[in-house]
Design a protein around this ligand. Structure first.
Ligand code: KG4
Ligand code: ZN
Length: 400
């Protein structure tokens, strides 16, 4: 069967279409084929403001989503034109999309033009994320579901990041979802979240650690901003730190940043103090006439080191506490080369299985939402009350 998946929780408009055998044995590694997978990033639009603006994100999602969907249908050979039909019974859809006029008109135009595509289910991110942005994806899914009579599966974005680590390519378009040894933990590190989750099976999660303030990606972005580097700051800081590391940069004692919560007994994080310490250090260095380039090098390098040490320490604690046999990492920040290498090295010294997502699955995407969708379909977890599906901006993974 073919599955359409939709992701609009933040600043990426993403759609993917996958095909899989719905009769495959549940406990085996799940196989699927990706017919189309597209991500449109709004980064260039938000960069000007140094962060993501929810209403701007919403506007961009509704402007682009039908076009991306159309491209995906074409790429999947599911776009089959028919003689233009005058549609009746579109009142329900009009009402549903009354705040998304542009999307409504484009969608109706598409419905008039093409035959019902061979899509049996829709998986849509309904939380957590920015409410206005989430609503676009949810309403888009509902409109398609109502018009073509297709089932909807509501997907938790963080669960998407968790399972993304288990995806492994077989060939250009074919993938498997690997099994993992239980108990397991997942470290989720993104722009909005920093959490450690413990679980024995997919779908049954317990949060055992989280940030008390800023998320780690957010800290990268804020530190980058204090250094006048563009948004998003993670890749920028990482590039500079990488060079500094290659050049064996030595950090003077007075320039060293703190490692907040490194020795606290729990598994929680706090990055807001680190961000404040960075701001003080920058001010101090500027007062001492250290040149800007040098400041960028020192701060980026030691900030990345500090974050890496904290993440490793907390994960070590979580592995000890839960006796986990597997560690799955997910979220945009695991694109960071140094953090990835640190975990790979740590894995060599310890006895657990490490799962890190392919680079294209670290940031937000609809692929990972589709993968969770496949699991939900195999477990019969469809939404019974489509019209009442809501965007749940604070949907906790513990409440799936
Ligand atoms: O998962 P994601 O794409 O979106 C959210 O759900 O938040 O994560 C985005 C975050 C941003 O804060 C970005 O700066 C960070 O991931 N990021 C990185 C790197 N690439 C992206 N942080 C550190 N190093 C990187 N290479
Ligand atoms: Zn994300």
């Amino acid at each position: 069967m073919n599955l359409l998946s939709i992701e609009t929780s933040c600043d990426e408009t993403a759609i993917s279409i996958m095909s899989f055998d719905e009769n495959q044995t549940k406990n085996k590694e799940i196989e699927f084929e990706v017919l189309s997978n597209k991500v449109l990033s709004q980064i260039n639009i938000h960069r000007e403001f140094g962060g993501v603006f929810p209403n701007l994100a919403k506007r961009e999602h509704s402007r682009n989503i039908v076009k991306i969907f159309t491209k995906c249908l074409k790429e999947s050979n599911l776009y089959i034109e028919k003689e233009t039909e005058n549609l009746k019974n579109t009142e329900k859809i009009k009402l549903l999309l009354n705040k998304e006029e542009e999307m409504y008109l484009e969608l109706i135009d598409l419905f008039k033009k093409i035959k019902k595509p061979n899509i049996k289910a829709i998986a849509v991110t309904s939380g957590p994320g920015l409410a206005p942005a989430l609503w676009v994806g949810v309403n888009f899914a509902k409109a398609i579901s109502i018009f073509w009579n297709i089932d909807i599966y509501e997907i938790n974005h963080m669960e998407g990041h968790i399972v993304s680590a288990l995806v492994s390519p077989l060939s250009e378009k074919k993938y498997i979802l690997k099994n993992f040894e239980s108990p397991a933990i997942s470290l989720l590190i993104s722009g909005g979240h920093t959490e450690i989750i413990s679980f024995d099976k997919i779908g049954n999660y317990k949060k055992i650690g989280q940030t008390l303030d800023d998320a780690v990606g957010e800290a990268f972005d804020k530190v980058a901003r204090s250094l006048s580097l563009p948004y998003p700051g993670g890749p920028e800081i990482s590039k500079i730190a990488e060079k500094a590391r290659e050049n064996n940069l030595k950090i003077e004692k007075e320039h060293k940043l703190p490692r907040p919560m490194l020795f606290s007994k729990n598994l929680d994080f706090s990055f807001s103090g680190l961000k404040t310490a960075v701001m003080y250090k920058i001010k101090e260095m500027r007062n001492n006439k250290i040149n800007e380039k040098e400041i960028k090098n020192i701060i980026s390098f030691d900030f990345e080191n500090s974050v890496t040490e904290i993440l490793l320490k907390k994960v070590r604690g979580a592995l000890e506490k839960t006796n986990a046999k597997s560690l799955l990492i997910g979220g945009g920040v695991i694109a960071n080369k140094h953090i990835k290498e640190a975990f790979t090295k740590f894995r060599k010294d310890e006895a657990f299985n490490l799962y890190i997502p392919q680079n294209f699955l670290t940031g937000d995407n609809a692929f990972m939402i589709g993968v969770v969708g496949i699991l939900k379909i195999l477990n019969n977890k469809k939404s019974e009350d489509i019209i009442n599906i809501q965007a749940k901006s604070n949907w906790n993974v513990e409440e799936i």
